[in-house]
Design a protein around this ligand. Sequence first.
Ligand SMILES: [Zn+2]
Length: 195
Amino acid sequence: MRLITLEELRQEALKAKTDLWSAAQGLNRDVKLYLHWSAGHYGQFFDDYHINIDSDGSVYMSSGTLATVKAHTYKRNSGSVGISLACAYNATTSNLGSEPPTALQIEAMAQVIAVLCRTLDLTVDLCRVMTHAEAANNLDGLNPGYADNGYPDGRYGPGYSCERWDLWFFKGAAQGEGGNVLRGKAIWYQQNGLG
Ligand SMILES: [Zn+2]
């Protein structure tokens, strides 16, 4: 893991831009950003995500480039970037536990979204920037009807089997509103000169 600045993140996005877009367009879609939490401890990072964000808002890049295909979001890993908050150990859908997302983590994630979307030419919207909870509910309709995996209509999130519900809610975002809050903050940062 390597601590990086937002400017270094922008440089990494520029380097990976062509490869990310060709992988995504090979699947007839735009590049996507997926927003996670690790369900681990503060300070505990995982190589499954391109970017890990610690409780103090510091941003870490894992091995490879932003175009390296990692294993973060079921059936959605090609042409996408996985960003995770190091938090939510032992969280449940009714209690975020003793290591919930911090305000600094939420703000840092919004800044990372702002920089990546600007640099990768992505609109900040549900189709291009999704929480894992939203992806697990297949809210963009990308993964309908996999008969072979037991997830009807590709859904395994809140309201279904609830296996993944990253950022469905947190302090400052009601149930189901986490993605909207993060996208709204990212747009605010872009309008205020970041990215
Ligand atoms: Zn996740």
